[in-house]
Design a protein around this ligand. Sequence first.
Ligand SMILES: [Zn+2]
Length: 283
Amino acid sequence: MVYQALYRAWRPQTFREVVGQDHIVRTLENMLNQGRIYHAFLFCGPRGTGKTTLAKILAKALNCQSGTRPTATPCLDCASCISIKEGSNLDVLEIDGASNRGIDEIRDLRESIKFAPNQGRFKVYIIDEVHMLTMEAFNALLKTLEEPPQHVVFIFATTEVQKLPATILSRVQRFDFRRLSHSVITDRLRQVANASTIEIEEAALSLIAQAANGGLRDALAMLDQTYSYAGAHLITPADVQEVVGLVPYAEYASLWRFLVTGNMRLALERLREILDGGKETQQ
Ligand SMILES: [Zn+2]
């Protein structure tokens, strides 16, 4: 059997499973419960904080067949929920903005929008990395956003919201994703490790969370790598340092000491040692 990466295996499937973005989850749930469906959502924020995960949950919520209208609690069992999870639903299109950034792709998209959904209530277009679109493509998209068909919902995702034209921003419902806190990430890592019978020291979990810099996807990927490296042994902070390339605090402390005492020669030597070790210095 092909091994499924932890971040995929543990990807939240419902709003309740999403961690660290409570303000967004709550707003989306209320919106669905009140039957207020916007035509364009913008999910912006740092990488690995749950933007495309929430986009797919929202798509399920809009098209779940368990009831007669959109729901904040998609059933996960109907044909629609299952095919959206698998990425094979004909009404939910995931588009990578980086590789479909031109005017022709957006024209094609505008053509396809005219047709009614196959089975769902809505055609949902998830455009990831939307900031990569060309200005021409944005202008074409804008025409659709100005007069969207009733059956279409756009969910745009981006890590660089400042690159979007103001004309687009003024026509979307914007949601700002936050970096996840250290404790939210360690809690989630601990939960995944326990359920996957991965033995890991608490200090090692903490180091991974620190290196992940607020992104849960990166944190789970690091746990995966460290687990592969350590094998069946208990994972220690040293394992994490070896795999993730974190500079131990003691090395930083000595670098700092050389700097504040004006010993530039030793400071540079220490810095070179750290960099030669290929360690991640952006902490
Ligand atoms: Zn369903």
